[in-house]
Design a protein around this ligand. Sequence first.
Ligand SMILES: *Cc1c(COP(=O)(O)O)cnc(C)c1O
Length: 369
Amino acid sequence: MTIPFLNLTAQYETIKDEIATALQEVISNTSFAGGPQVKRFEENFASFCQCDHAIGVGSGTDALWMALIGLDIGKGDEVITSPGTFIATAEAISFCGATPVFVDIDEQTYNIDPSLIEAAITPKTKAIIPVHLFGQTADVDPILDIARRHNLVVIEDACQAHNAEYKGRPAGSLGDAGCFSFYPGKNLGAYGEAGAVITNNQELADKMRMFRDHGQRKKYYHAIIGWNTRMDGFQGAVLDVKLPHLPAWTDARRSRAKLYNELLTEIPEITIPLEADYAKHVYHVYAIRTKNRDELIKDLSEQGITCGIHYPVPLHLQEAYQFLGYNQGDFPIAEKCAQEFVSLPMFPELEEESIQYVAEKIKEAVKKA
Ligand SMILES: *Cc1c(COP(=O)(O)O)cnc(C)c1O
């Protein structure tokens, strides 16, 4: 049996005709950069996230960068985030001239541990970026409370958390701004690169709309120095087709995660993901933990099962961030998890019998070791 980590074709087959019609419309309108399809998606996505504004951009990385710039984060500022994330979170901080300051994660949820944040705050701290890793939100209320007391802004990295909830509220809508990626493999994926920022702050929304379009409000009249990171018209069209399907795809991921959990829960060598009582987890990544990670991945690969690792090296130990001066041992939980994570195949169309097969092969591999 061959079980891929991800299968984007299976989903395409279910929406083929809708996609063809939507792409044809972009071609007929020649609305290739921004345009009515992007605008329609922005309106629908904002309302889906119960937010006033959504601003479509070129990628999730750009969304994070633009939110930081829009909130006046820059040179000399410090931004607190998790070392257990994709590098884009820290890159966006670096590329607006600020310095990432890492805080260790919680061992149950793999998200930033709110109880450790205050110790990392200095007079230079301007923002906190909680990352909703794997599709489960961080514990946002204590983070918002700390931010309020220290006059900091909160930007959610919701790039893995489309349709996730915190105490019944949509991920991304909880702080000053929420950033999403629509990279093809994300839970809401475009057919190319795309991202968005959502916010209830009108002034911030106006600024980001200008910034993504060369700082212009009116063509060739530039109020600020901006950039070009408009959302591509084809991507807006694809995303607008896919958005109404997202709740069903989320349910499918959750039921697949539940089945994995049931099948794997009895294995003492395996730690299954925990859904916190405040969260609706959307399982962008279904990650288990085990001590013999590399061996397990090799054994599963020999049985036709492709796994992933998200992520093998925490950011404070990445070569690119050596200049920050962190050392091995600074964030023990993030380091331990990075050595133990294994991401299992997970997508809405994954067959039940495939999950049973994966679980069976995990049991065999663990027994052998
Ligand atoms: C995917 C991702 C990003 C970056 O999004 P891109 O669209 O690939 O630029 C940022 N943060 C996290 C946590 C991500 O998973």
